[in-house]
Design a binder for this molecule. Structure first.
Ligand SMILES: Cc1cc2nc3c(=O)[nH]c(=O)nc-3n(C[C@H](O)[C@H](O)[C@H](O)COP(=O)(O)OP(=O)(O)OC[C@H]3O[C@@H](n4cnc5c(N)ncnc54)[C@H](O)[C@@H]3O)c2cc1C
Length: 413
């Protein structure tokens, strides 16, 4: 451990490691990532790895496209495949509002030069034999979508960053901030003080604790996401596209011969941001009885699109937390009251897909070079002063996550 560096990144998940890679790639290799557990062991390890460009603003599409480009660079630099499966994605919508959203997305995707093909129900069934979308108003195929292992991407960023001269240490916890003359000048760690010109909060769901050392209210809530994986029964044969069914808040993709089925809860559960255990593995995220009831209820809704769903055997259930903001957009950039402090979080369930854009934008902000992506909409202070621990604020985040105007917070942690 040095005692001084140019940039300290707190957090060695996919975002922190992408920042280190992009800084080093831009020739700014005096960067130190500190991670208190293992690299990519937090939300990144639990990600479903879906890589979707289906967004209704061009900046977010560009954030994701940057990740796609970074994957190619990493593969070349490391001389190995990261197994990005570019299988495309079928998105089918039934409701009028969902159709309007989809048409907006299509306009943004077209403006970014990404292909969108309109399908009929028979063509969709050819791609996914278990899918019944006769009732859909509109069905599209996004050829640029796919999936990959989020932790594998995180480790690839880390290895490439190290090859370019960045330092990444595990087993070191940041415990506080060093502030002098109204500027952040470093962090206190359990191994002593570390001084730096820049400190980046890439602490994922623990990001609010870090921001609190500086008296800043991190405008996002740790929110539960979960998905189920069926037993390998051939329904997820390799090469089949991902599927998104926004009317029933479901997404599916192939996974070891079966299917990974993500179901957004009608009322997302948020957690107190200042009472989280230091390791996500110790968090009480699964409540078996309640979650099985939820699965039965949601499978009922899926039946309209997947008539055979009752015959599927669900073998695994994975849950994790990620940060959601009240408007479903990232938090990225400086926090005005404190020069030298940058935030890279509030990933809203898309941090793996958006990691390249996060890394590139932070590297450009630090270098003071023009930004490749307009990140104004992600300003961390856009919600004004917030109390991230309050039920009212967490309710707003839960509502955004559930795609509803009003959510409900179930206190767990
Ligand atoms: C169930 C689930 C499914 C998901 N599916 C998708 C998906 O399909 N596609 C997608 O793009 N995204 C998905 N996501 C979201 C994605 O996983 C996250 O947005 C992304 O992993 C966030 O990365 P991160 O680096 O910010 O956080 P993390 O991976 O959590 O990393 C933060 C790191 O900071 C470290 N840290 C925190 N505080 C300190 C400290 N004080 N000192 C030292 N280290 C510290 C932690 O130990 C941790 O390793 C999903 C998330 C979940 C939970």
């Amino acid at each position: 451990m040095p005692d001084r560096t140019d940039v300290i990144v707190i957090g060695g998940g996919v975002i922190g490691c992408s920042i280190a890679y992009h800084l080093a790639r831009a020739g700014r290799s005096d960067v130190l990532v500190i991670e208190r557990n293992e690299l990519s062991s937090g939300a990144t390890a639990r990600s479903a790895g879906c890589f979707s460009h289906a967004r209704s603003d061009r900046s977010t599409i560009r954030m994701i496209s940057r990740t796609r480009a970074a994957i190619g660079e990493l593969e070349e630099m490391l001389g190995e495949s990261l197994d990005f499966r570019q299988v495309g994605c079928v998105r089918a919508v039934v409701g009028e509002e969902r159709e309007r959203e989809l048409l907006d997305m299509e306009r943004c995707l077209a403006a970014e030069g990404l292909p969108v093909e309109v399908l009929d129900a028979a063509a969709a069934r050819d791609l996914c034999p278990w899918l019944e979308v006769e009732a859909a108003r509109r069905i599209v195929f996004l050829a640029s979508d796919g999936y990959l292992d989020g932790a594998r991407l995180g480790h690839a960023y880390a290895r490439a960053a190290r090859l370019l001269g960045a330092r990444i240490v595990r087993g070191v916890a940041a415990r506080g901030a060093l502030v002098e003359d109204g500027r952040i000048v470093g962090v206190k760690t359990d191994r002593g003080e570390l001084r730096a010109n820049w400190v980046v909060d890439a602490g994922g769901v623990w990001g609010a604790e870090i921001a609190r050392w500086l008296g800043w209210g991190f405008a996002a809530a740790p929110t539960r996401s979960h998905y189920w994986i069926t037993a390998p029964d051939g329904s997820g044969a390799p090469g089949r596209p991902n599927v998104q069914l926004p009317d029933v808040r479901a997404y599916l993709r192939s996974e070891v011969g079966g299917l990974l089925v993500g179901l957004q809860e009608p009322r997302s559960r948020t957690y107190h941001p200042l009472q989280l255990t230091a390791d996500m593995a110790d968090m009480p995220l699964i409540e078996e009885e309640h979650d099985l009831d939820l699965l039965v209820e949601q499978a009922g809704r899926l039946r309209a699109f997947i008539p055979d769903v009752d015959r599927w055997g669900f073998a695994h259930h994975i849950a994790g937390l990620s940060m959601y903001t009240p408007d479903g957009k990232f938090l990225l950039g400086p926090t005005p009251p404190l020069p030298g402090f940058l935030v890279a979080g509030g990933c809203c369930g898309s941090g793996v897909a958006g990691s390249g854009g996060f890394g590139q934008s932070i590297a450009e902000l630090i270098a003071g070079t023009p930004l490749s992506i307009d990140i104004e909409r992600y300003r961390p202070d856009r919600f004004g002063d917030v109390d991230p621990a309050s039920s009212a604020f967490r309710d707003r985040c839960a509502a955004a996550r559930s795609g509803k105007s009003r959510g409900r917070v179930d206190e767990v942690a």
